[in-house]
Design a binder for this molecule. Sequence first.
Ligand code: SF4
Length: 218
Amino acid sequence: MKIAINKAHFPVTVLGPGKRIGIWVQGCSIRCKGCVSQDTWARDPGREMTVARLLSWCREVAAEGFDGVTISGGEPFDQPKALAALLDALAHWRTQAGLDFDILCYSGYPLATLEKRHAAILGRLDALIPEPYADALPLSHLWRGSANQRLVTLSPRGAARYAEFIDAAPDALGKRIQTSVEAGRVWQIGIPARGEMAAFEERCAEQGVHFEQVSWRQ
Ligand code: SF4
């Protein structure tokens, strides 16, 4: 089974509790106004890799220990079969290696739609942050981009680990954004406040750093 991936990174510390593997899928049909990840929108078979290869990368980078996996995008549920295969592979790894990591997934689809169409996938997750990004609503909660987005726990592990964060403020854990520079690209990982990316671009320009392309506009 193949899955289209925009990027993967370890460690991610701003999208879920602890030190995490971050996986961003490629392709999103929802296209929320104000999305800061517009580079993930296009479907791109050139970015496909096998779930087996992705899992082997996860095992390698996180060999020294980690707390969870965060799957974002892009829209993970636009590739339901691949997402299910990835979740099965992660669950198999967790059981076989005696690990206790949690799996958090983002989606721009409403919770009711996911429950109706993808109940079996939800059953493989520990926590979910659903609903489209709403540019007109404020950044009000930890790990979420707009006030309509809830943090939903889906397993006993998810409830134990996430309950304390359901109503947490955006800056409850201090750092909201982490930066990574890889292969000439700057990744701003996390949940930016309104206008934060444009301000970052401006500050870089003042220092003589100009970006050829940015993900928050097309
Ligand atoms: S915020 Fe998420 S669901 Fe909305 S357009 Fe961007 S990637 Fe897609």
